[in-house]
Design a protein around this ligand. Structure first.
Ligand code: ZN
Length: 65
């Protein structure tokens, strides 16, 4: 089973790993595709690259946090 959000997807294993990590790879900015390491509870962070888009922790994007 895969978890999907705005064209990205993660395996169940990847999600399980993220739940134990102190930093996770964010969702991609939908303006420019940039992503970076964020806290697992990161929500609505302004894109560090273009300053326009927003990124989240995948756990937040998927409604698990
Ligand atoms: Zn961006």
């Amino acid at each position: 089973m895969a978890y999907r959000y705005q064209g990205q997807s993660w395996s169940e294993g990847e999600i399980a790993e993220m739940c134990c990590d102190s930093v996770v790879e964010s969702t991609e900015c939908h303006e420019c595709g940039y992503s970076w390491r964020v806290e697992p509870d990161a929500s609505n962070y302004k894109c560090q690259d273009c300053g326009e888009g927003r990124v989240h922790s995948p756990l937040v994007a998927l409604g698990m946090m």
